[in-house]
Write a protein that binds this ligand. Structure first.
Ligand SMILES: Cc1cc2nc3c(=O)[nH]c(=O)nc-3n(C[C@H](O)[C@H](O)[C@H](O)COP(=O)(O)O)c2cc1C
Length: 331
């Protein structure tokens, strides 16, 4: 590799890839410190959702997804990431330092390049899934990928368990509608059609009428009765394979690992022609999250509820802030 590719230019290139990670409400709650020999990932606490995510769990998961993307981008550039999670307990917003390590094997760089190619194309799926089964082998492969991050990805196979999770998602959606702070927060992050914004969830990213699944998993209601959204794919959708992603503990390191595993799973799924719909509403209601933990996650802490399926087409273009907005020079 050309040595000109090292240093701050390399760090910046890595940040430019990492900012395409998924984040709750597309808050993009991160900054990247650029140095000659590392990228420093920090939480941008001003972008935390104070109603939906008061402790910052989803914020840190989002940053974990950015971390996996940064690590993948570094491998593509031939260098092994030497990552320290939460390197300074006195600075909780300092989430990770990714130091540029030694050379990676050519095969590893090529595999990372295939994953990285999916980063800007992967989208949170909100239209229909086709009525074709998700191959069990693909789910097994994704389960193993999550396991590499110390995170459990578990398909929910029992039809009653699937129906219960769908019902809990609907219940959470109703509970959140009743909460004025929650409604105001969603309004803040769901942009009106045509808005010139580089963060938040644009109206082009979800259908006006979410396709119904059986059992029905409520979509997050970004439009809040304003008729926003695209005309795409109302009607029916296959439910796909419902999955929980859980961790043995529930601290910031667990959340970072959950985010890493999330992006690892999403990118491998994209490689296999699969997409994921997110349904995290129930995990934002503490009583429902505790219930899901004991009943459906064997006591592990649920971090995400996803449906995986074969998408009915390519998603909308993504929206992100420019790299200049999220990088800072490291002293
Ligand atoms: C922790 C987390 C929770 C999320 N929860 C939901 C959700 O409940 N419903 C939803 O439609 N999207 C959800 N998303 C997806 C984000 O809205 C999406 O990543 C963001 O809008 C950026 O869009 P993109 O992933 O398509 O690039 C979640 C993402 C993360 C990281």
């Amino acid at each position: 590799m050309d040595t000109a590719e090292t240093g701050t230019a390399l760090a910046r290139r890595i940040a430019a890839a990492a900012l395409w990670a998924p984040s709750v409400h597309n808050t993009q709650p991160w900054t990247f410190g650029l140095a000659d020999d590392r990228v420093v990932l920090r939480a941008d606490a001003a972008r935390r959702l104070s109603a939906a995510d008061p402790v910052g769990r989803e914020l840190v998961i989002s940053c974990g997804a950015a971390l996996f993307t940064a690590e993948t981008a570094l491998r593509v550039h031939g260098r092994d990431p030497r990552t320290a999670l939460l390197p300074d307990p006195d600075r909780p917003n300092l989430l990770a330092e990714v130091v540029f390590g030694g050379a990676v094997a050519a095969g590893e760089a090529a595999a990372a390049a295939r994953l990285l190619a999916k980063v800007p194309r992967r989208r949170a799926h909100r239209t229909a899934f086709r009525a074709v089964p998700v191959p069990p082998r693909a789910v097994e492969r994704l389960r193993a990928e999550a396991g590499r991050e110390g995170v459990r990805l578990a398909p929910v196979t029992d039809e009653h368990a699937v129906a219960a999770l769908a019902a809990l998602t609907r219940a959470a959606e109703h509970v959140q509608h009743l909460d004025a702070a929650h409604a105001a927060e969603t309004a803040r992050w769901a942009s009106r059609p045509g808005a010139d914004r580089r963060d938040g969830v644009p109206a082009a990213a979800y259908p006006r009428e979410a396709p119904r699944t059986d059992p029905d998993f409520a979509a997050r209601d970004f439009a809040r009765g304003r008729g926003w959204g695209t005309g795409a794919s109302a009607g029916e959708s296959a439910v796909g394979t419902v999955l929980t992603l859980s961790t043995p503990g529930d601290d910031r390191a667990d959340w970072l690992r959950a985010g890493r595993a999330l992006q690892r799973v999403l990118l491998h799924a994209a490689e296999a022609g699969l997409a994921a719909a997110f349904h995290t509403q129930a995990l934002e209601v503490p009583e429902l999250r505790a219930f899901i933990r004991t009943r459906f996650c064997d006591g592990e802490y649920p971090q995400l509820v996803l449906r995986l399926g074969v998408p009915d087409g390519t998603g909308p273009a993504g929206v992100r802030r420019p790299v200049e907005d999220v990088v800072i020079p490291e002293p």
